[in-house]
Ligand binder design. Structure first.
Ligand code: UTP
Length: 300
């Protein structure tokens, strides 16, 4: 096992997937740029990383990387126009995303799977533990998860996954974990992992969701991980090897998340996320809720 002491500072955000469930919207735009109310999904994720103390962010991008880079860069022309108009609040909103964090980019030539995307981060991450945040999963900022995962890594070493108890009928949509209890209610030890299992093969109804704190030993394992389900190099397969051989990079633990999470990689959940977040917004919520109430009672 590598270091377990230095506090982690790096976040990796894989954003090179093809986003086929959202075609044609994702034909020329990464799905991470799809707006959730008025911010692209990925901005919520970068904000989450920064709130957890991770100010060095590496994005793994693919063929459509331009909109991502532009979003987190300055836009002087737009800023000048807003400044001239005296529109300070919109100017602040435009500057928010470029002031958030130091963002680095690396290109994943071919989208060969999430495990391969994480491996592309190896030269930037080096020999330190690091976090991985998937842009499809929005974790409500009122229900912090990453901080708890970082604490768990500091306590036990090794790697930490985020787990959600799902309906057994939904387990085949996720990576699924075999677990043993620990002395802490919300932390389990992971003894095995299987990617998108058939219901009969699922070891539990604990689904792996898109937050990870990983020991750098994962890179060595990923280098020799063969393509798995869907012909892709699966991060779950590498974590399965780490869980089975703690001598490689420490144990694997899971933090059981009970807060609010929105799966924006799925069209139905994406729509639900927008409605819920819009209802809760102070500026938009009151009018939107009135409209929604009358829409539901009069038109549905
Ligand atoms: P998904 O499994 O959701 O794949 O990836 P996808 O291709 O983006 O989406 P669909 O299923 O075709 O609609 C989970 C995360 O891993 C990233 C994606 O960008 C997403 O954030 N990813 C996936 C990569 O960065 N590279 C890959 O090769 C695969």
């Amino acid at each position: 096992m590598s270091d377990s002491r230095p506090r982690i500072s790096k976040a990796v955000i894989p954003a090179a997937g093809l986003g086929t469930r959202f075609l044609p919207a994702t034909k020329a735009t990464p799905k991470e740029m799809l707006p959730v109310v008025d911010k692209p999904a990925i901005q919520y994720v970068v904000e989450e990383a920064v709130t957890a103390g991770l100010s060095d962010v590496l994005m793994v991008t693919g063929r459509n990387k331009r909109p991502l880079e532009d979003h987190f860069d300055r836009n002087h022309e737009l800023e000048e126009v807003l400044l001239r108009k005296g529109d300070g609040s919109r100017l602040a909103r435009v500057q928010e995303s470029s002031d958030l964090a130091t963002i680095h980019y690396v290109r994943q030539g071919d989208p060969r799977g999430l495990g391969h995307a994480v491996l592309c981060a190896a030269p930037h991450v080096g020999d330190q533990s690091f976090a991985v945040l998937l842009g499809d999963d929005l974790i409500d900022p009122r229900d912090p998860l990453l901080e708890r995962m970082i604490e768990t890594r500091e306590r036990y070493g090794g790697s930490v996954v985020a787990l959600l108890e799902v309906d057994p009928a939904q387990v085949h949509l996720y990576g699924c974990a075999a677990v043993r209890p620990t002395a802490e209610d919300d932390v389990v030890e992971v003894s095995g992992l299987v990617e998108k299992p058939e219901p009969a093969e699922a070891p539990s109804n604990y689904a792996v969701i898109g937050r990870y704190v990983l020991d750098p030993a994962v890179f060595e394992v990923l280098r020799r991980t063969e393509p798995g389900r869907g012909g892709e190099i699966q991060l779950t397969d590498a974590l399965q090897e780490l869980a089975r051989n703690p001598a490689l990079g420490g144990p694997v633990h899971g933090v059981v998340f009970q807060g609010r999470r929105y799966d924006t990689g799925d069209r139905g959940d994406y729509l639900r996320a927008i409605v819920r977040l819009a209802c809760e917004r102070e500026d938009l919520g009151p009018d939107f809720r009135d409209w929604l109430r009358s829409y539901v009672t009069e038109e549905l």
